[in-house]
Ligand binder design. Sequence first.
Ligand SMILES: Cc1cc2nc3c(=O)[nH]c(=O)nc-3n(C[C@H](O)[C@H](O)[C@H](O)COP(=O)(O)OP(=O)(O)OC[C@H]3O[C@@H](n4cnc5c(N)ncnc54)[C@H](O)[C@@H]3O)c2cc1C
Length: 232
Amino acid sequence: LKLSDLKGVFNKHDLFVVSIHKQSNGYYTVKLDASGIQWRPGEHGIFSLPDRSFSGRKWRAFSIASIPNENEMLLGTSIGIKPSGFKQVLASLEKGDIIRLRGPFGWFVLQDDATPIVMIAGGIGITPVRALLKSVEKTQNRNIHVVHSSKGGHLFGDELVKLSNQNNKIDLHLTNDRAMTQAIIADLVFEYGNKAFYYISGPPKMIKDYRKILKSKSIKNKRIVTDPFVGY
Ligand SMILES: Cc1cc2nc3c(=O)[nH]c(=O)nc-3n(C[C@H](O)[C@H](O)[C@H](O)COP(=O)(O)OP(=O)(O)OC[C@H]3O[C@@H](n4cnc5c(N)ncnc54)[C@H](O)[C@@H]3O)c2cc1C
């Protein structure tokens, strides 16, 4: 984490909702008009809902699942059967409503443009990984592996399958079984060791577990970049 990774936190933008879609398995995607806003793929923002009253904490951190070239800021979240006040309001927003953003900023960004990439996402942790993958989807100079482990369906799954089918440097594993996920990671660590960067995103507990596995196989800290979704 560098001080410059946090610089964007002082920026404030009011963004118009373009659309909100309920996907399967309780996932929601939110598209925001992001004309004129720049961010590094993998960054996140602090989002609030101005002029709305609801109980509980008034802001949430969300990773940005899109890249600036897509022109829209794409968010993905999970909204269960007993949603927080924030998420109840979020799910009810309509086209043209405003969401306030502090940021974007963050540290979950690509470390260089040549080293092999292993991305490991748990559940909703796929959001910043989609952005990283979109930013390298045409790459031909390094191997890219994405392991998305999720019990409740794979958000962006169809799109990521298509994307990996279009580039033989991109290898996608969609899993819903912990043992299988660990076996895939073990194979990747065997293949690349400290020659790759490992990007892990999702619930803090999951990150802790996978970091432990990588460390036990002698992967150095400086090769591991994490995005803990505090709050899950
Ligand atoms: C960098 C980052 C990126 C994230 N990206 C995404 C994303 O792309 N999509 C997404 O859905 N979520 C993301 N999150 C998590 C998100 O900010 C919310 O915490 C999460 O969605 C749960 O919100 P909620 O309203 O459902 O539950 P909440 O009502 O906020 O909380 C659920 C439980 O977690 C506890 N909790 C909440 N916040 C904290 C905290 N800061 N520290 C300790 N305990 C806490 C609460 O007390 C409660 O028990 C991200 C978090 C971080 C830090």
